[in-house]
Design a binder for this molecule. Structure first.
Ligand code: ADP
Length: 380
């Protein structure tokens, strides 16, 4: 099946065309692109953006469309075929993801208008985490916050964590339903997930993607008392939002958020200038992740593997080493040469005497979305 995968944001629309039956070794991405600055100039809205996509597609056949939808709330625990009722249900979740879901809905409506006959499937970033038990998703705050406002932990990056769990199980040669593991998805956004029996039982992002690990520009966990303090000092909600989501994390500590630059500054090659701020940023981020890994090792009843994925997880041997060197208490050890090796393949990077294997498993969210489209459309 040829699937158009759409990731529709408020001012950009990313797309990929995937052949789900591509032979191994052949290029699975038939076409891809991004339409940016939607709302400015000629590309005044998502319908116009789709016109740009249609032009790029030319006479490329498309059988179905898969949408990455950020928030599925409590309703969606699996990918679903889109109809008007589903679109409205996604729209009702707008208050929970005010930046993302409205843009996802615009993308869905633009496709419905342009190609009404194409089947569409919504794949939710939160869905994989619907298996978390209440003890993991409840905040210890007054009940009305949950019942009236839906304030609970939802978790994100689910499509990636689920895909990576599946690939890791293959590499470990066991059914995914028997996999207990900790997955660290480390991109610009970052989250760790505790996998027990192949399911998510805890994850570090919460009500929003702000909770948990130190990220490129997001703070991750902070004392909520800080927000109250800032409010009393006169900061507005919008200012605090920008501060914690866009100007925190690695960017705040190291002055930049590209992991490559931070590593170079913290470990300068012959003669370069040592940057203590960059080193501190790495230490804070690695320490936070190491603590989550220790906690999730307990949550899953003993992990059988630690798995790194996404831009930093797949590519930064330095960051992986900084994390794993703090896991001595768990007996986890890297094979230095294997850790340094560059490859796009899923692989083991731990030493033979490591208590559990450490894996690098490249994620592929578009592939996961395309596969989900095939699965949903195959079920009557
Ligand atoms: P997004 O969340 O935007 O999808 P990615 O998964 O692409 O993010 O990850 C982006 C991060 O990966 C950036 O911090 C980037 O510096 C880092 N990264 C990419 N390639 C490398 C590399 N070769 N070495 C170290 N870090 C890398």
């Amino acid at each position: 099946m040829i699937v158009l995968v759409i990731n529709s944001g408020s001012s950009s629309l990313k797309y990929q065309v995937r052949d789900t039956e591509a032979e191994p070794g052949t290029n699975p991405v038939l076409l891809e692109g991004i339409v940016e600055r939607i709302g400015e100039g000629e590309v005044s809205d998502h319908a116009k953006a789709l016109g740009v996509v249609a032009h790029h597609l030319g006479d490329q056949r498309i059988d179905a469309v898969g949408h990455r939808v950020v928030h599925g709330g409590e309703r969606f625990s699996e990918p679903v075929r889109i109809n008007n009722e589903v679109t409205r249900a996604i729209e009702r979740l707008n208050p929970l993801a005010p930046l993302h879901n409205p843009a996802n809905v615009l993308g869905i409506r633009a496709i419905t208008e342009k190609w009404p006959e194409l089947p569409q499937v919504a794949v939710f970033d939160t869905a994989f985490h619907r298996t978390m038990p209440p003890k993991a998703w409840r905040y210890a705050v007054p009940n009305e916050l949950y019942t009236m406002h839906g304030i609970r932990r939802y978790g994100f990056h689910g499509t990636s964590h689920q895909y990576v769990a599946g690939r890791a199980a293959e590499l470990l040669d066991r059914p995914v339903s028997e996999l207990n593991a900790v997955i660290a998805h480390l991109g610009n956004g970052a989250s760790a997930t505790a996998i027990r029996g192949g399911q998510s039982v805890d994850t570090s992002m919460g009500f929003t993607p702000l909770e948990g690990l130190v990220m490129g520009t997001r703070s991750g966990d902070v004392d909520p008392g800080i927000l109250l303090f800032l409010q009393r000092e006169g900061f507005t909600a919008a200012e605090i939002d920008t501060m914690l989501n866009r100007n925190s994390g690695l960017k705040a500590l190291a002055g930049r958020n590209d992991m490559r630059e931070i590593v170079e500054a913290a470990y300068p090659e012959d003669g370069g200038k040592y940057d203590g701020d960059a080193r501190l940023a790495l230490d804070v981020a690695a320490y936070r992740l190491a603590k989550y890994i220790g906690g999730y090792h307990v949550a899953v009843g003993g992990a059988q593997a630690l798995i790194f994925t996404a831009g930093i997880g797949e590519n930064s041997d330095t960051f992986r080493a900084l994390v794993v060197e703090q896991l001595g208490a768990l007996g986890v050890k890297l094979d230095e040469a294997a850790n340094r090796e560059r490859s796009k393949q899923p692989r083991v990077i731990s030493s033979v005497d490591s208590a559990i294997p450490v894996l690098v498993v490249p994620t592929d969210e578009e592939r996961a979305i395309a596969d989900a489209v095939v699965a949903v459309l195959a079920t009557p």
